[in-house]
Design a protein around this ligand. Structure first.
Ligand code: BGC
Length: 355
């Protein structure tokens, strides 16, 4: 009898061990592919995704691709090979994922486009992002309000920058801002001295600060060297604003005679919030990456339960093959007047991060 009991107990232990093992190794694996570690926002996106996936009971692989398309495609291939069931991708070049996502589909791997839409493929299931057109509108409206374009007589001088042409978001930011600014440009209240206002002319490939800096250098030399005042600059994001500020500094802006122009941005990266507090950049757009991550994890959980994730936009984001169901979050602007309540009180930053 005793022998049988011992044998039964041993069997039970083996069984428990096996089932424990099974439950820990049967966690769904999610691959998170981010474009670059060189911008603060993507580091935050990546770590938010990993920690929130963990809390929701998923395993994850996080990789950054150094803004190199080939690297990103290879990393995603690897994630598929390693058994990821879901991929969360912020694409470097939205149109370069077609082949690798065909492989994903063959392996029944689901795909969520994260922040940036993945173009030219049927194999993207959902898109989680901020309202990109609204980002541009907020930037345009900020310039209108700060220059008091509806009451001041003007004219005011402005220069325009746009983001990277391979990023579908860039046109949305540009169109949102230009739709607000165009009436003032048409009426002559806003003047673009350089005459450069077409997306392809003002776009900064890869959102690179150094490229923005040299374009700004050229704009100043050609149009503002003789004391002509530059009143505002539309910058689509913070990395481009960094380059613009560097150029303005090297041309001695920031004095009573030559004040910094109104300058927009996006992301609320720490150096840029510091620049806002120092009066070098006027505003940035805050997109709470914690919320984007939690929205994405909510989508994943719904997909895992074979439910349809909730989305709030089913018409705007056509990737060239289909309209991708999208969850749009709301961006807000941050400047000197409201940074405390938005960035500090919400726990996003500590005061010491930005001072
Ligand atoms: C993102 C921005 C970011 C830019 C450069 C865009 O796709 O939406 O938040 O500033 O890429 O990384």
């Amino acid at each position: 009898m005793k022998k049988i009991l011992v044998a039964l107990l041993a069997l039970a232990m083996v069984f428990t061990l096996v089932s424990c093992n099974k439950s820990s190794s049967s966690k769904v694996l999610v691959g998170v592919s981010m474009p670059t570690q060189s911008l603060q926002r993507w580091n935050q996106d990546g770590s938010n995704m990993v920690s929130q996936l963990k809390s929701a009971g998923y395993d994850s692989i996080l990789q950054y691709a150094n803004n190199d398309v080939t690297t990103q495609v290879q990393q995603i291939e690897n994630m598929i090979t390693k058994g990821c069931k879901i991929l969360v991708i912020a694409a470097i070049d939205g149109s370069s994922m077609t082949d690798v996502l065909a492989t994903a589909a063959k392996n029944n791997v689901k795909v969520i486009a994260y922040d940036r839409l993945i173009m030219q493929t049927p194999n993207v299931d959902y898109y989680a992002t901020f309202d990109n057109y609204k980002v541009g509108q907020l930037q345009g409206k900020y310039i209108v309000d700060q220059l008091k374009l509806d009451s001041a007589s003007g004219p005011f001088n402005i220069e325009i920058f746009a983001g990277s042409p391979d990023d579908n978001n860039a046109k949305f930011f540009f169109n949102g801002a230009m739709d607000v600014l165009k009436p003032y440009i048409s009426s002559g209240k806003l003047v673009i001295k350089s005459g450069q206002k077409d997306f392809n002319v003002v776009a900064i490939t890869s959102w690179t600060s150094a490229t923005a800096q040299s374009r700004m250098d050229n704009l100043i030399t050609a149009n503002y060297a003789n004391g002509t005042k530059l009143d505002a600059i539309l910058s689509p994001n913070d990395s481009i604003a960094i380059g613009i500020v560097a150029s303005l500094q090297s041309h001695n802006y920031g004095t009573a005679d030559k004040p910094y122009p109104i300058l927009t941005g996006q992301d609320c990266d720490k150096p840029n919030v510091k620049a806002v507090l120092a009066g070098q950049q006027s505003m940035s757009i805050f997109k709470d990456t914690r919320k984007l991550a939690s929205e994405t994890v909510t989508m994943i959980t719904a997909m895992e339960k074979a439910q349809t994730p909730e989305t709030n936009d089913s018409k705007t984001y056509n990737n060239g093959v289909k309209v991708v169901p999208t969850e749009l979050l709301t961006p807000v602007f941050v400047d000197k007047s409201n940074y405390k309540s938005i960035l500090i009180d919400s726990g996003y930053y500590k005061l010491s991060d930005i001072q």
